[in-house]
Write a protein that binds this ligand. Structure first.
Ligand code: PEP
Length: 259
């Protein structure tokens, strides 16, 4: 059985005082369930140290929203390397979020470099994949997802990939209030597990955590997380409201299939 994971992606939100209040509320509210679900908070890079400090000793992890494509220190203004994130105690980092792909023209090749850099320093990458509405309407969901995953995994062995987490995030559901139905999401998660089984073996595909992301909230989390191949969520907007995020974590923790 796979243990549920809920990751909050704060995107470009937060201030020193707001962070103190939000983390304080989360630590209190999540305390009864934090043993049953892995919980991760990904603040903007500039607040990683602050949030990591506030979470220290609570069992809740701090993660990054992105990482440099460059492996070594050097003249890369504005970048932060995987090694630097590891130095700050970061345990997970998102790669390939659709907002990075669209706003910064990040290609699959760039995503692959980032994923590799994270694995090399022992940070668990959360690889985000997902289709646009046009691609869904054109019947291309499986092709788009398979291409994104295979490109990101290219050249890496099953052993090297053992720390990877996947997040299926249909672009049309991110920040739009339109959630994929539990059946739509489950169908894609099952497809991902199947394609991983054929490419990397069933042992790998059965152990890999696959999150769903796209307008998850307290009101729909139970139904989504009760699907057999949905192991938790990547949460944007609702991660900024402690009661919502806690309710989502509770839904993952109490899902009957949560290991
Ligand atoms: C996200 O940022 O990955 C996300 C899923 O956002 P939201 O929950 O706001 O749709």
């Amino acid at each position: 059985m796979r243990k549920a994971l809920v990751a909050g992606n704060w995107k470009m939100h937060g201030r020193i005082n707001q962070n103190i209040n939000l983390i304080g509320d989360l630590v209190e509210q999540l305390s009864p369930i934090k043993e049953s679900v892995s919980i991760l908070v990904c603040p903007p890079l500039v607040y990683i140290n602050q949030v990591g400090g506030l979470l220290s000793g609570t069992g809740i992890n701090v993660g990054a929203q992105d990482v440099s494509r460059f492996e070594k220190d050097g003249a890369h203004t504005g970048d932060c390397s995987a090694e630097m994130l590891a130095d700050m105690g970061v345990s997970y980092a998102l790669v390939g979020h659709s907002e990075r792909r669209s706003e910064y023209q990040e290609t699959d090749a760039v995503v692959a470099l980032k994923l590799k850099n994270l694995l090399q320093v022992g940070i668990k990458p959360i690889l985000c994949v997902g289709e646009s509405l046009e691609q869904r309407d054109a019947g291309l969901v499986e092709k788009v997802i398979a291409d994104q995953i295979l490109a990101a995994f290219s050249g890496l062995s099953v052993k090297e990939l053992s720390n990877v987490v996947l997040a299926y995030e249909p672009i049309w559901a991110i920040g739009t209030g339109k959630t994929a139905s539990p059946e739509q999401a489950q169908a894609v998660h099952a497809f991902i597990r199947q394609m991983l089984a054929s490419g990397y073996g069933s042992e790998f595909s059965e152990q890999v955590t696959i999150l769903y992301g796209g307008s998850v909230k307290a009101a729909n989390a139970d139904q989504l997380f009760s699907q057999p191949d949905i192991d938790g969520g990547l949460i944007g907007g609702a991660a900024l409201v402690s009661e919502e995020f806690t309710a989502i974590c509770r839904a993952a923790a109490t899902s009957p299939k949560n290991g």
